[in-house]
Design a protein around this ligand. Sequence first.
Ligand SMILES: [Cu+2]
Length: 186
Amino acid sequence: MTQSPFKQSPVKRLTHATMEKYENVWFGIATAMSVLLAVAVFASFVSGTVPRLEGEGGAGHHLQGVVNGRVDPRNLAGTPFSKPGVVDNADGTQTVFVVARAFAFDPGTIRVKAGVPVTFHITSGDVLHGYYVEKTNINVSVIPGQVSSFTTTFKTPGPLNIVCDEYCGTGHHNMLNKIIVEAPQP
Ligand SMILES: [Cu+2]
């Protein structure tokens, strides 16, 4: 009569030494991840990819009435945000000032040039909003009293939707606007 092969080879019991071996493997992985985290934090400080506020205007831009990247959201007069829109700079670049308010962005439609560095300065006149531009990595929080600034270059001409991606109230879903990227003039 043949015996079942399972009965002949019972599962070896885990000993303390085996457990310790597994523990050491996980300890090694945890150490490696801690080192990676420390390197990433250090590299972020060295390369300057940390969020920060600097001087008047922030992000190296000097904006009238903007101190340490902050404005008074109840009084945007005396700042470029009193006239939101696109500014053509002498060096060919463009600067855009946007004010987010429940439930629209001002200006509603922005026309920018493709292949040209465009610097955005965005603030909110009331509550927290979001500024997300489809098909791009543009996604900033728009905080009242705070100026969000970034520079980007649109490569492909065409319309892009802007949506508010931070829930801001009953009309939040209406906060849809457009950026129209225009082909460079020959
Ligand atoms: Cu919203």
